[in-house]
Write a protein that binds this ligand. Structure first.
Ligand code: GDP
Length: 297
């Protein structure tokens, strides 16, 4: 997930820890290299700049160069700063699903992994939290996408709302709500239509569905391989629809990881889950501490 970044940083820190005594200049040089490594990982410039400044300030404040193990102390400060950059408020894995049936709205561009993620989360809610979940596809433009959700539902043993031809997304959302109430479901998940780009129609449709469903969570699914683009998509979706968190998919790929590092700092929205493959179990809660550990190797 962060192989390149991790390799670059361990190069910098190995040199630092081996060196023993450090001067202010040594620390500055190392942090310049950290900044370059972050930018190469596609972390946005302001985030990389703020990050390095925070580390520099802490290192100076803690008089790192005078300590017995200055290199290790710098690594510790970088670790803590990474966690600060990644962490949002609250527990990323705790979905707000009290007051059944709780609606969860899934939004995102076509191909981001939205339908797959909807099913993965439904499976997780069912198996880990013992919840009864109903899934509904609102992608009326793509009958294949509606079918796909039904197939995944069968595979994981989660009910899907029967497909009614000719129904519009708002009507489907209303029917899902009724069905969820009558059927005694704890959660109903609305898998909205995606498009290749954010356009008026996509936003208008998602907003109309949001207004009837009044979701407890609106999760934006973005492709982690798209780097800063993923962050731009999140900024736009949040401004137009309002999201409660982000799911970053394809983190099993060899992406540079920048989206993960910039997301919260740029959008103010936490990453809640990461997708790590095509299989239905390939999803994890986003844990800043563990991610920082992975980045630092
Ligand atoms: P949607 O158009 O946003 O609903 O996207 P889909 O859920 O149909 O996913 C598109 C493709 O990406 C499918 O082949 C999925 O199996 C794949 N996919 C989804 N999430 C992940 C992930 O986390 N890792 C990998 N490697 N593939 C994923």
């Amino acid at each position: 997930m962060f192989e390149n970044l991790s390799e670059r940083l361990s190069g910098v820190f190995d040199r630092l820890t081996k060196q023993g005594a450090l001067s202010e200049e040594d620390v500055k040089t190392a942090l310049r290299e950290v900044r370059v490594a972050l930018l190469e990982a596609d972390v946005s410039l302001p985030v990389a700049r703020d990050f390095v400044k925070a580390v520099q300030d802490k290192a100076t404040g803690q008089a790192v160069t005078k300590s017995v193990t200055p290199g290790q102390q710098v690594v510790k400060i970088v670790h803590d700063a990474l966690v600060d950059t990644l962490r949002g408020e609250g527990d990323p894995g705790a979905l707000k699903i009290d007051n059944p049936p709780a609606p969860i709205l899934m939004v995102g561009l076509q191909g981001s992994g939205k339908t797959t993620t909807t099913a993965k989360l439904a499976k997780r809610l069912k198996e880990r939290d013992g919840k009864r979940v109903l899934m509904a596809s609102l992608d009326t433009n793509r009958p294949a996408a509606m079918e796909q959700l039904a197939i995944l539902g069968n595979q994981i043993g989660v009910d899907t709302l029967p497909i009614v031809k000719g129904e519009d997304p708002v009507a489907i959302a209303k029917r899902a709500k009724t069905q969820a109430s009558l059927g005694g479901y704890d959660v109903y998940m609305l898998d909205t239509a995606g498009r290749l780009h954010i356009d008026q129609e996509l936003i208008a449709q998602a907003a109309a569905v949001r207004d009837v469903a009044n979701p407890r969570e609106t999760l934006l699914v973005v492709d982690g391989l798209t780097g800063q683009d993923a962050v731009n998509v999140a900024t736009e979706f949040d401004a137009k629809i309002g999201v409660t968190g982000v799911v970053l998919t394809r983190m099993d790929g060899d992406g540079r990881g920048g989206a993960a590092l910039s997301m919260r700092a740029v959008t103010g929205k936490p990453i809640r889950f990461v997708g790590l493959g095509e299989k239905m179990d390939a999803i994890e809660t986003f844990e800043p501490d563990r991610i920082a550990g992975r980045i630092l190797g």
